[in-house]
Design a protein around this ligand. Sequence first.
Ligand SMILES: Cc1cc2nc3c(=O)[nH]c(=O)nc-3n(C[C@H](O)[C@H](O)[C@H](O)COP(=O)(O)OP(=O)(O)OC[C@H]3O[C@@H](n4cnc5c(N)ncnc54)[C@H](O)[C@@H]3O)c2cc1C
Length: 384
Amino acid sequence: MTSVLPEAGLVVAPTSREEAAEVVRRAAAGGRPLILTGNGSQLGTIPLPGVGDWLSSRALDRMVEHEPADLTVTVEAGCTLSSLQAQLSRVGQFFPTDYAAAGTVGGMIATGHAGPLALAHGGVRDRLLGATVITADGAQARTGSRVVKSVAGFDLGKLYCGSYGTLVFIVEATLKVAPLAEAVVHVRWEGPAGTLLDASVGLLNSAHRPQSLVAYSVARESGKPAGTVTVAARYAGRRESIQEMLGHGGSVMGSPAAVTSDPSAGWAETSAIATDGGDIMILDLPPSCAPEMLRSAETDDLDAMVDLGTGQALVRGDAIPPRCVDILWRLAAEGGGTMRRRDAAGIVTWKRAGDPAARQVMLALKNAFDPDDLFNRGLAEQML
Ligand SMILES: Cc1cc2nc3c(=O)[nH]c(=O)nc-3n(C[C@H](O)[C@H](O)[C@H](O)COP(=O)(O)OP(=O)(O)OC[C@H]3O[C@@H](n4cnc5c(N)ncnc54)[C@H](O)[C@@H]3O)c2cc1C
């Protein structure tokens, strides 16, 4: 996504927690709101506050502690996901997340996204063990621990996941990492949506299920019969067990169109869908809505992608017709999900289905954390 960060000189990027706390204290004293960011990779899809000074975690980018034997790592929040993965890979480990190389760890926590690998590894909520944050009065607060099973007090870290910079400025995080698999194989099946999506349910409910399973259709692809989808699976593990899983996948889904160990080939079309520009909607749906969502997108000549494990979906085209927007919103709302849209003119809108009473609890929480709405002013009202 396009970064809408202003030029570097207009963004304050502290190099220590103390400096970050001082920036927040000064802003609070002056009643001047702050727009929180990491590297700005997601800002194009967030209804940003119109006022405030920019505060970025990007210069807080050190690895603080890595305990390979405990499968834990503590990093500053501005560490990019690509640099984290590069450091972990030296000891045969990784943090289970997909794409988004430019994004920061703090941004990943604040957006709370879960990519397709969440099917096998859980999302960031499941892997955040602890966090250090700067609160709206400029205090440093550490929550959680470096052990996986900590039961002391409320799990504040989970609150920060998906808070979009409305509660605290995250400066450090302790994450649970995972060992890299001996081998990774990407498989693609192509065929009629009804048949393949039905079979996918069987694959997901089997002991041989893949690490991730995504269905997509690209409107611009010519020569394919109407109603054709591609289902892409990623298998990881020991080489011999992958062979067994591939055999099972073939028996459930039929002959694959491609089998490769090259991740870029395995996911090539999906990155074409997730490109910038045009009219984009990002939705959280119950995975069982995938057939209707893909059908609706195809009817309107749109590219569409849905993670069959988590239900995260993306629809893209030159202009998404109102009829399709209504269908997609109904599907998201039925499952209590969310819908984010950035239309071709760059206007960003968010909708969230949910219980009004729960919304009041969330707004009260926002008020308890940040009574003057210092962080990302106005965003909590819009997104909750
Ligand atoms: C195609 C794609 C795939 C993705 N896949 C995955 C995935 O598989 N798993 C996964 O976990 N994530 C995934 N993400 C999300 C990604 O990890 C995050 O969006 C990214 O890390 C954002 O980092 P950023 O620094 O650019 O955030 P920004 O764009 O700068 O900010 C995003 C939001 O986070 C807030 N924020 C940023 N930094 C902080 C901070 N330090 N403290 C408080 N608030 C902050 C901002 O206010 C803003 O609301 C994906 C994103 C994309 C585009």
